[in-house]
Design a binder for this molecule. Structure first.
Ligand code: APR
Length: 239
């Protein structure tokens, strides 16, 4: 990708007082993790309602935990991509920078990003369905010991379809979108709400740039859509 395509965008980054970035599973595709809806996507191999919903969890908590344990192990076996690392570099240079992600793979944090809002939770902890107890979700987590002594059971710290997003995280994300001069939307199909709405003119007055090898639901709504992979653009912006 020749550089002068990005000189205007570099200029916008340098001039921006506040940058907001929205990412989806596509930015982790180049780390080797499957997306949700693309070819080989996670939703291709499983039925969504069985695994990522309160009903599915109630019906078979062990199956749901087994799936998340498999995903957590996959996350631990990959590295942040050059795109994740580029966003951490851009954050260090920006006056104000907020990274809003739909991903639960912790790769932005592992890449060094600091101000990360995880809209859909993360696979680092389990939380109790009944009380506020939390515990690490790591190799020591026993899928056959899901009962918590308060009478509840451990559940993944993930937001499932039909559940509301953590209020404080969502409010911070809307505030970041509202005050942003520049927004980058990277690796999301833009169909899951409320995350996708952050990139629409209803939520932001920023100049919005999408980076995605494919067209998405957001493509008609953004100011510029760059048809490319995240690692084909972000490292050039951060260079
Ligand atoms: N660089 C940039 N974008 C990419 C790349 C890449 N290398 N590879 C794929 N993509 C794009 C795809 O074109 C697609 O638009 O990433 C997007 C992935 O879309 P989805 O699979 O729908 O994932 P996402 O948008 O993150 O899903 C949102 O839905 O299932 C729920 O909670 C889950 O957080 C998830 C939410």
């Amino acid at each position: 990708m020749d550089d002068d395509r990005f000189s205007e965008l570099r200029g916008r980054l340098a001039a921006a007082g506040s940058v907001c970035v929205l990412t989806g599973s596509g930015i982790s595709a180049e780390s080797g993790l499957p997306t949700f809806r693309g070819v080989g996507g996670l939703w291709r191999a499983h039925r969504v309602e069985e695994l990522a919903s309160p009903e599915g969890f109630t019906r078979d908590p062990h199956l749901v935990w087994s799936w998340y344990a498999e995903r957590r192990r996959a996350h631990a076996q990959v590295e942040p991509s050059p795109a994740h690392r580029a966003l951490a570099q851009l954050e260090r240079r920006a006056q104000r920078f907020t990274l809003v992600t739909q991903n639960v793979d912790s790769l932005h944090r592992r890449a060094g990003s600091r101000n990360v809002l995880e809209l859909h939770g993360a696979l680092r902890e389990a939380r109790c369905t009944r009380c506020t107890a939390r515990r690490p979700f790591d190799e020591s987590f026993d899928l056959d010991a899901l009962a918590h002594d308060c009478g509840g059971i451990w559940r993944p710290d993930i937001v499932w379809f039909g559940e509301s997003l953590p209020r404080d995280v969502l409010e911070a994300a809307f505030e970041a979108a509202r005050t942003a001069d520049l927004m980058l939307v990277v690796g999301t199909s833009g169909i899951v709400q409320p995350a996708a709405s952050l990139a629409t003119k209803r939520c932001t007055g920023a100049y919005v740039v999408e980076i995605n090898p494919e067209q998405t639901a957001l493509t008609p709504l953004v100011d510029r859509s760059i048809r490319a992979r995240a690692t084909g653009v972000l490292p050039l912006l951060a260079a």
